[in-house]
Design a binder for this molecule. Sequence first.
Ligand code: FBP
Length: 549
Amino acid sequence: MEKSALQMARAAYQPKLPKALQGPVQAKEGAATQSVGNQEEIKALFPNTYGMPVVEFVPAESENNKAINVGIILSGGQAPGGHNVVSGLYDGVKSLNKESKLYGFLMGPGGLVDHKYIEFTDEYIDEYRNTGGFDIIGSGRTKLEKESQFESGMEIIRKLGINAIVIIGGDDSNTNACVLAEYYAAKQYGVQVIGCPKTIDGDLKNEQIETSFGFDTACKTYSELIGNIQRDCNSARKYWHFIKVMGRSASHIALECALQCQPNVCLVSEEVEAKQMSLDDVVAYIAKAVADRAADGNNFGTVVIPEGLIEFIPAIKKLIAQLNEVLTDPATGESRVFGSAEEQIDFVLNNITSDNKAVLESLPADVKRQLCLDRDPHGNVQVSLIETEKLLSAMVAKKLGEWKAAGKYNGKFSAQHHFFGYEGRCAAPSNYDADYCYSLGYNASRLISNGKTGYMSVIKNTTAPAAEWIAGGVPITMMMNIERRNGANKPVIRKALVELEGAPFKYFASKREEWAKQTCYVYPGPIQYWGPTEVCDQCTRTLALEQGK
Ligand code: FBP
């Protein structure tokens, strides 16, 4: 593989490890745990993996150094740092015993089911150290949830003598990891399953997980781009830029970018829902910011929009919930199959309530179509396909036109549109993500050598220097509750949305009026790998504020 000079220099970077993982470890176990909700139901569903203690690794004189064979799977959307989880795990299993082997299942969970894999070697791993992307083995969104898949996986696990599977994924994939761990434990197959918290969306976090990996780098990449746009915007002074950023549901990415860049407007879906705002309320809110700036002669600005916004507008949320119900076949729990798109739309229109039908009919034709048709394998509406940035700017233009006719606004409004998603998902990891991911992978090897299954690899205290980070594991059942998904009640990891009482949102809320009216842009610039630690190693503003830093 040909490399740039930067890539070559970056390949030589040795990620930092917590002090506790720099030598032999032993597991310090806490008290028995409970799930975050529906304790009795979760306990009944996971009798073999429920209630296990939180584990912290502390230095020891020696450790179990039996050779282990491990298989790793990258699941779901790409997130910067995935390659370092793999290299950290590789170095971790080899540090236990040189005879240990690491296998990579290809193109996501489907690789385990279909027996598509590679065995990692030093040369192979070295090509990918500190690089972005998931191309080391590829990723996929196949759901691991059926007994036939688990059994098919067992065939290759037995053939390769694999002791443990590590699944790198978001809340859905780690939920599936937990189900797989429980299944193998119940069958006494002797195969461990460990999860790793991944997603740029930042919504796999809780009291035990400080952040999901990739969030840091993706937000820094988007913030660099937003900063560049703001500088252009402040130079030309003639456009309003509508910038949508990824984040399927939660608005953590939008909020973090706002904290880094100080745009004129940033919408937070969770607030829109809490305030029961309609689409028209959201449009009026943006239009007011445009009109207020126009009154000062500033016919330019930036609006940051979270990808999942549409789903949080209460009337649309109600509609989506019913669409998910009617498009699921109750007999199989799978999506209904239709002969054509038109047939599917007709079916939807004939099977939803009149209220929901009115909301659906009020939306532009392309948005209506996307809501009716597009779903991912987990049954989620594919919000990334809805061009919210264009929808909102068109509606703002219309509202400003009405205000102009009524003599309430006298400015110029011209919009540019951007969607930042794929630009950041495979970026080369920041030092934070490079170190965090390597530690998560290395730590997973110790969870395995200590016999753990149904655990998520966890690294805490990450606002401190890496040497002081705390390594350990948390039972995945501890993060679960029952939620309605795809027309059925399911045990799932609770998704972390933006908390309106949390420090990051409160800080943003205390500043946003000033940022709206004045031009307070910050231009964060590109991610730096070498230089002063406050430039190169800092975590996100979200994490710093959450930890009172
Ligand atoms: P994960 O939750 O799987 O990490 O994916 C996150 C994400 O990047 C979302 O921000 C986005 O909505 C989605 O993936 C898009 O996925 P795809 O490219 O598969 O449509």
